[in-house]
Structures are given as C-alpha cells and as structure tokens.
Design a protein around this ligand. Structure first.
Ligand SMILES: [Zn+2]
Length: 336
C-alpha cells in the first residue's frame, strides 16, 4: 500500500503523524470580498503592528490571504516536524496557488512528507475554462495529475481535492464533483470536499459523489467545526463518510452569524462524538490558509494540533490513544 507524495511513493507506515488538510502555499486573494473593509489598512502588508486587525475578521487585510516563500515554508514545516509531525496533506489547487516544484523543495529540505491534491476549488475561484469543460475533460485532468504527474512535473497527486462547493452549489461545482466521483471510483483516491461553513451541503455532496461510484469511506466533508451542529455531523457520519474538524486556531468573530467556534468548543463536541463511537471517521487539522496562522507572523502554526489542541483534548478526557489515532490511523485509512 503506497501513497504518492511530492518526493514520490511512500509506504503506509511512513505516513506517521499526519495533518489531513493544510495549505503550505496558497493565494486566496482573488476570492476575498473586497467590499466592506477599512480601506486605510486593507492593502497593507501583514506585520506584527497590524496583526491584531485580523483578529476578528481574517480578511480585514488582503495580504492575510497569501502564503508564499519556500524558506519560510521550510521553517514552518520544521516546527511541525519538531513537534512530532511527519506528513501534511496539502489541499491547494491550481486556482489558488498549487506549486508542486516548490512543495518538493520544502519536503526535501524539511523532511516532512507532502501529499498533493487535484481538481477544482469553489466557483468563485474557478478558471474560466471550467464553465465550458465537459465532465469527462475535468475527470481527465484529475486522472493525469494522479497517474502521470501535475503540469510538467512527475509529481503525482495523492488525493482528490479539496474540491470546492459554495453556499448554493453551482452547476459547475456539481460537474467537478461528478468528475471527482468518477475518478475516485476508478483510482480509489480519497476526496476532500470544502463545504460552505454555514450550510448543510454535505448530503448533496455525498449523493453526487456516491452516484458515480465513489465509496463513502473515501469521502471527507470538510469544515464542519465552524458552526457546531452535532445533529448535522452525526447524520453525515451515519452516511459512512469522514468529517473533518479543520479549523483549529481559527476563533474569528466576524459577526454573531459569522462566528467561528472556539477550539475548546470543538474539543468538547469531539469528545462527545468519540464517546458515541464515531472515532474512526473523524479527521483533525488546522487547514492553515492565512498568513497570520504561520509562526513567523505570530500564529500557532501547523503544530497547533500537536501542542495546545492536544493538551486541551487530554484535559477534557480524550485519551492520548484516541487523539493520536485521529492523526495516524484515520488519515492512513482515508487516503490509502
Ligand atoms: Zn483548505
């Protein structure tokens, strides 16, 4: 049983302690709504003097949506490795800055395994050609990334996604999901799906993917830990898919309706789900996608789930074994 990484195939046993969903490089600036922000500082570069301005609204400064720089990324990976991490699944797609060669260098220099994704993100990010592409053409793109290599490289995608969906899932997004379902069925590759933070589109996503033959145990519904809805999460789990608590470190309060749950609230729900027997279907990570989440910019970094979050979990009665299984066995079973 092997999995593709930026440096080629590794065995199941080499995956070790893994974060199921992160972004080492990302450029989300094209997706940020530029209206309603304070123009005086929206276009500033992020630094320690203005870091507090994105404390409640992560996009109050546009630069927060950009992660770049190989040297800095290597350093961030080293923090992760020094806290016991071995593998990162990088879910960045071409529309938001996928860069296989740079990820290869980061992996070589840091010693962290990096698994890359393929497919298309949500509608607002789509390249114009997605609109006119046939489902089979989109499937061909994913097949090429998985079987031959991404772009001009020989670096192969190890998973599909994160495939994006909006609050109202668009026809183009459904087309991409259909293609992802077809390719997952053919190749057995796991699929990460970004679902809108405040709606309950997971069921629709599962229906589209499984209709094409994708197996529920190869599907992960992401971002279910922003607005905590235990009944929604249980209903998804009862469909046999993975769900992902992937916002650790993000405790934003844009407004009452747009508030992010706190890490402690996430852990308390996680504890209940573990008690209810769902432990083998839960993934846990930070989904780092903001500059201020990097240690360099005062954030908690990729090792947050191995440090503060883990301590919080243990203090709340989750055992070391239960917690570490989420970061080891569950990731392995999902991707292989
Ligand atoms: Zn993501």
């Amino acid at each position: 049983m092997l999995v593709e990484t930026a440096l080629g195939k590794i065995s199941k046993d080499e995956i070790g302690v893994a974060s199921s969903h992160e972004h080492i490089f990302i450029d989300m600036r094209g997706c940020v709504d530029v209206t309603g922000h304070e123009p005086d500082y929206f276009n500033e570069k992020i630094g320690m003097a203005n870091r507090g301005l994105v404390f409640s609204d992560p996009y109050a400064i546009l630069d927060n949506a950009l992660l770049e720089g190989v040297d800095d990324a290597v350093k961030e990976m080293e923090y992760f490795k020094n806290s016991g991490g071995n593998t990162i699944i990088d879910c960045t797609l071409d529309e938001i800055g996928r860069n296989p060669s740079a990820l290869k260098e980061v992996s070589l220099r840091s010693g962290v395994n990096i698994i890359l994704g393929c497919g298309h993100y949500y509608h607002k990010a789509h390249f114009p050609y997605v609109k006119d592409a046939k489902t089979e053409e989109l499937a061909d793109e994913m097949r090429k990334d998985i079987l031959e290599g991404i772009g001009e490289t020989d670096i192969k995608a190890g998973i599909i996604g994160e495939i994006g969906t909006s609050a109202v899932v668009t026809d183009d997004e459904k087309k991409v999901l259909t293609a992802a379902g077809i390719v997952s069925c053919e190749t057995g590759k796991a699929i990460h799906v970004h679902t809108d933070l405040y709606t309950e589109n997971g069921f629709l996503v599962i229906d589209i993917l499984t209709k094409q033959g994708a197996k529920p145990e190869k599907i992960c519904i992401d971002h279910v830990d922003v607005l905590l809805r235990p009944d929604y999460v249980r209903a998804l789990l009862d469909r046999g898919v993975y769900i992902e608590f992937d916002n650790f470190g993000k405790e934003f309060y844009v407004s009452e309706e747009r508030r992010f749950a706190y890490d402690l609230e996430r852990i308390k729900l996680l504890k209940r789900l573990l008690e209810e027997g769902y432990g083998e279907q839960i993934l846990l990570c930070n989904d780092i996608c903001l500059k201020t989440m990097w240690r360099k910019f005062g954030g908690t970094g990729y090792a947050h789930i191995l440090n503060s979050v883990k301590n919080m979990a243990l203090e709340n009665g989750i055992t070391e074994n239960q917690y570490m299984s989420l970061l080891t066995e569950n990731v392995k079973n999902f991707i292989i």
